[in-house]
Write a protein that binds this ligand. Structure first.
Ligand code: NAD
Ligand code: DAU
Length: 352
């Protein structure tokens, strides 16, 4: 069996659901259920005996030790993190606690578990750390895309905390020989993404007749990958990646933010011909220290592990929009929580 952390979040829940479509191997899912964790994402496997959900913190050494002893996983996929850049700007503390200290404590607990495994299991064990392209910092317009050799130059509290966790993971391989794998992926989108992030926020706001807030000039570039393509890449790295190695994951899909928002408006107008969602586009104050461009050079994972994404941006964004149109109660339930407070905190300031 494998242990997935953060498996009730956006990528984590997609990963767990996708895992059971490809495999019968059991999953232990450890998630703290912060504002971003949502058991509704896992409703379709609520009674599946292959799925063992445990609410808890990756930094809780006693709990993680107990889980490892009881379930004896052959691999750990570490997705648990604080993940939203704007929240890290408003309050970095949680990012330091989970992304740095939490990862450190998880690594320490896993190292003790791994040390006690027999030689065969020790050799095949894997700790796969899911990270981000943001650790490489911002690219200028014409600079080549990030390769795995690119210098770490994180610029937000979020990316700095992820960079720290990556360094710790690499150090545990170099120093203790722990068989780690690191993946650095570009921006994901798809079902179950919390509507604080660009794509779901724009869909949800558009349908509610609210402003579509574009930070700054909207010309910042992100490199978009449909979430199940990220999941297939993680599975591939787990199965065939070399311990100690890093794999960049992306789908060669660079787009300026304003183009993404225009595409969402145009597609929504196909299903809502009476509406003009483009009229809701509103330029607001920029994100402090906003990274201008990310782009992933995915040639290593394509060449060495024969991985390729299945979705284009056009197919992926259509599926995503349809998913949000079909899951209005999922959106309503999220909006009942602390969501509104966050939206007020983040956007009231910007529209001044
Ligand atoms: P998310 O915020 O949607 O989900 C994070 C999950 O982790 C939540 O379920 C939350 O409850 C859980 N969690 C938070 N702190 C925890 C703790 N201390 N212990 C246990 N669980 C905890 O995030 P996401 O977008 O699904 O991202 C998952 C991972 O992928 C993160 O590590 C992120 O840095 C990385 N990543 C995300 C993207 C993206 O575009 N979303 C791209 C590349 C990499
Ligand atoms: O690159 C990978 C990263 O992508 C992940 O590591 C992060 O976890 C994930 O949140 C994402 O970070 P971004 O900051 O790129 O994503 P976000 O959706 O917050 O913003 C995407 C772009 O859209 C960014 O340039 C900021 C802009 N934006 C965002 C919001 C929420 C807006 O213009 N308006 C908005 O309201």
């Amino acid at each position: 069996m494998i242990l997935v952390t953060g498996g009730a979040g956006f990528i984590g829940s997609n990963f767990v659901l996708d895992w059971f479509k490809q495999s019968d191997e059991d999953v232990v899912n450890l998630d703290l259920l912060t504002y971003a964790g949502n058991l509704q994402n896992l409703a379709t496997i609520a009674n599946d005996p292959r799925h063992n959900f445990i609410q808890g913190n990756i930094g809780d050494i006693v709990l993680v030790k107990k889980i490892l002893a009881q379930y004896q996983p052959r691999a750990i996929i570490n997705l648990a993190a604080e993940s939203h850049v704007d929240r890290s700007i408003h309050g970095p503390e949680d990012f330091i606690q989970t992304n740095i200290l939490g990862t450190f404590r998880l690594l320490e607990t896993v190292r003790a578990y791994w040390n006690d495994l027999d030689e065969m299991r020790k050799k095949t064990f894997r700790f796969l750390h899911v990270s981000t392209d943001e650790v490489y910092g911002s690219l200028s317009a014409k600079a080549p895309a990030f390769t795995e050799m690119h210098r770490y130059e994180p610029s937000s509290p979020y990316s700095a905390s992820k960079a720290s966790s990556d360094h710790l993971v690499h150090a545990y391989h170099h120093t203790y020989g722990l068989p780690v794998l690191t993946t650095n992926c570009s921006n994901n989108y798809g079902p179950f993404q919390f509507p604080e992030k660009l794509i779901p926020l724009m869909i949800v706001n558009a349908l509610a007749g609210k402003p579509l807030p574009i930070y700054g000039d909207g010309l910042q570039i992100r490199d978009w990958l449909y979430v199940t393509d990220h999941c297939s890449a993680i599975r591939r790295v787990l199965a065939a990646g070399n311990p100690g190695e890093t794999y960049n994951i992306g789908g060669w899909n660079e787009k300026p933010n304003i183009e993404i928002v225009n595409a969402i408006c145009t597609l929504l107008e196909e299903t809502h011909p009476q509406s003009n969602f483009h009229d809701q586009i509103t330029y607001v104050q920029d994100r402090p220290g906003h990274d201008v461009r990310y782009a992933i050079d995915a040639r290593k994972i394509e060449r060495e592990l024969d991985w390729k994404p299945l979705e284009t941006f056009d197919t992926g964004i259509r599926k995503t929009i349809q998913w949000y149109l079909d899951h209005k109660s999922w959106i309503t339930d999220i909006q009942k929580g602390t969501y509104r407070e966050w939206i007020e905190q983040n956007y009231a300031e910007r529209s001044k």
